[in-house]
Design a protein around this ligand. Structure first.
Ligand code: MG
Length: 369
């Protein structure tokens, strides 16, 4: 089987509400999504998506995906999409780094592999757990009551997991936010306080020690892995690592040095499922739980993450994310798993199990063949 054509689509995905990160430092209103359709000489078609969370969140942006695809297309055409690591090797040789540009190709290859052998991606990743995965909300930073209002609106949709965005130089405000949400937390709910790198070491120490009695988990409470290692020494709260978990080497270092207790694996950031499954395995070998998420995007990106999330035992998965619920546009109406009563559950559809409506994507912005 050979890849014969790569069609690239560009689609803006507006958010329902303005979204603030880092205590109001960063604003997001529209996501720049790239969809790809991979066609083969066997008639099988795979779909991939790459949707960075804007261009200020991590070193990734929508136009960069499309430029990367233009650079790599000649190295990908003619390859067998079922041979995932040969495709991975070809992309890494043609364009070192730029993992976020490779992720959509990798996703489409997994889609085709699953269809070719009649298995879901979750089954290909080792075997699909029967129970679904809790979907986490993403709670924009703001005043404590504003944030609790967002949590409540997600509760109304059945969500039991929430990622509340804190961070910034007003440490008193962060302490207030965390105490307010915790005072109103329901039994059994999972709440993660996501700093998104927005604290200095001093700010992290102040806030995390001030709420140490709550035992809550903080995600990425510093800029670098060195920062997290030092914050670790002066605090006792569990730490999740997200933005600075990019490569397999990062995962090995974090696990060996005990820098974090939880991995936040974002598929677009780490370069797709082929690379992410190795990070998953490092986590499971070291007693590290995981949040598995897209960096953002449509039901396609959510579904890719849900497959990986459902490929591991319950005790290792904290939650995945349903970014699709934050968008005003649905590119695949009626297709793919949705968040139902707070959970996303993969079925036995071979491959990815979701196909966009091409009429909603518009004309391709590039075709390589
Ligand atoms: Mg995070």
């Amino acid at each position: 089987m050979k890849i014969t054509r790569i069609s690239v689509y560009h689609k803006d995905l507006p958010l329902k509400d303005p979204y603030w990160l880092s205590g109001g430092r960063l604003l997001f209103e529209v996501l720049d999504a790239t969809f790809i359709k991979l066609e083969t000489d066997a008639g099988l078609v795979g779909w991939g998506e790459g949707t960075p969370w804007g261009n200020t969140y991590v070193p990734a942006h929508g136009p960069g995906i499309r430029a990367g695809l233009e650079t790599m297309a000649g190295s990908i055409l003619g390859l067998d999409p079922r041979k995932l690591e040969l495709v991975e090797y070809a992309m890494d040789k043609c364009l070192p780094g730029h993992l976020y540009a490779k992720s959509p190709i990798d996703m489409a290859c997994w889609d085709i592999l699953g269809q070719s052998c009649d298995l879901s991606i979750a089954d290909l990743l080792g075997g699909k757990r029967e129970t679904g995965t809790p979907a986490a909300s993403s709670v924009s930073s703001g005043e404590p009551d504003y944030m609790l209002g967002i949590v409540n609106s997600y509760r109304g949709m059945g969500y039991v997991a929430h990622s509340a965005k804190v961070g910034g130089s007003d440490t008193d405000k962060d302490i207030e936010r965390i105490r307010h949400i915790e005072a109103n937390r329901k039994p059994g709910e999972i709440v993660l306080y996501d700093v998104n790198r927005a604290w200095t070491r001093r700010e992290a120490s102040i806030v995390m020690n001030a709420v140490a009695d709550l035992g809550v988990t903080f995600e990425q409470p510093g800029e670098t892995l060195d920062d997290l290692a030092e914050i670790r020494k002066v605090t006792t709260s569990p730490i999740s690592v997200d933005e600075t978990l990019v490569t397999l080497q990062d995962a090995c270092r974090i696990a060996r040095e005990g820098i974090a207790d939880v991995f936040g694996i974002k598929l677009n950031r780490v370069g797709g499922l082929t690379k992410a499954r190795r990070i998953r395995d490092v986590a499971m070998a070291h007693g590290i739980q995981m949040f598995i998420m897209a960096t953002g995007g449509s039901v396609l990106a959510d579904t890719e993450a849900a497959h990986l999330a459902q490929s591991m035992p319950d005790e290792f998965i904290r939650a995945c994310w349903s970014c699709q619920d934050m968008l005003t546009v649905d590119v695949a109406p009626g297709s793919g798993p949705r968040c139902v009563d707070g959970f996303i559950t993969i079925d036995d559809t071979p491959g990815l199990g979701v196909v966009p409506d091409e009429n909603l994507l518009g004309d391709p912005v590039a075709v390589y063949e």
